[in-house]
Ligand binder design. Structure first.
Ligand code: KIV
Length: 268
């Protein structure tokens, strides 16, 4: 059997051009990095969701850049092939381009191959600054958890015509600034599909329907380990799978084949 090639930025671009869906999951430690990598996950996101999932906070807001860097290091040690994205946490890029570069440098030194940051047009100069300095950037629009208080909760974004037009404009601005990928979280499936068709870069949906170029889920959610109310779009891949590896492999296969998400079950 041929050895799996590491996923690189050119490879992600090739997948996008070929219409191959990108399967991404969040990951916070070395053991899970090895499992997800072995099961063929294309990209691992050390998301600031670790503030909730690992640290037990109610929001990702308290998580610091040094905590993120520590978890990126752990994931990098377990990973061998998957593309590794580190999330810039709240307050680590909001002061401007120099702070953003200092924070990105911490995650890149820890092993991240791309950094993710949240927000609309105001982040475009930050994206451009990082990209010009050799740091690939993933943007994040829609429900941006670092703005949960400003947004009034974990709500679907871009529902009315004005909000949808703003989201589309921000998506174009971020792609023009050099973002290589865009996460769309909790936006109507039809809007996510339109944005995906308009952009030259892959979109990764979470609660954004099947029209995105790929999907991401929080690992603990898709393994059924999260207690309390679950987002409607989450599928429990562990139910009936028989093993952790089978659950992860089913996620990868279902994303690649367009079986997850199912818009009839998850559409907004
Ligand atoms: O922090 C995170 O895990 C994320 C994903 C849910 C997209 O931003």
């Amino acid at each position: 059997m041929s050895e799996r090639r590491p996923v690189t930025l050119p490879r992600l671009r090739e997948m996008h051009a070929a219409g191959e869906k990108i399967a991404m999951l969040t990951c916070y430690d070395a053991t899970w990095a090895r499992v997800l990598d072995d099961c063929g996950v294309d990209a691992l996101l050390v998301g600031d969701s670790l503030g909730m999932v690992v640290q037990g906070h109610a929001t990702p807001l308290p998580t610091t850049i040094d905590e993120m860097a520590y978890h990126v290091q752990c994931v990098a040690r377990g990973n061998r092939h998957a593309w590794l994205i580190g999330d810039l946490p709240f307050g680590s890029y909001h002061e401007g381009v120099e702070q953003a570069m200092r924070s990105a440098a911490k995650l890149v030194a820890a092993g991240a191959q791309m950094v993710k940051l949240e927000g609309g047009g105001w982040t475009a100069p930050l994206v451009r600054h990082l990209v010009e300095r050799g740091v690939p950037v993933c943007a994040h629009l829609g429900l941006t958890p670092q703005s949960v208080h400003a947004l009034g909760g974990w709500r679907v974004q871009g529902r009315d015509a004005d909000a949808a037009a703003t989201l589309r404009r921000h998506a174009r601005e971020l792609a023009d600034a050099g973002a290589a990928m865009l996460v769309l979280e909790l936006v109507p499936a039809a809007l996510a599909r339109e944005i995906t068709a308009e952009l030259p870069i892959p979109t990764i949906g979470i609660g954004a329907g099947s029209g995105c170029s790929g999907q991401v889920l929080v690992l603990h959610d898709m393994l059924g380990a999260t207690r309390g109310k679950k987002p409607r779009f989450v599928r429990d891949f562990a139910a009936g799978a028989g093993s952790v590896d089978a659950a992860i492999a089913a996620y990868v296969a279902d994303v690649k084949a367009g079986r997850y998400p199912d818009d009839t079950a998850h559409a907004f």
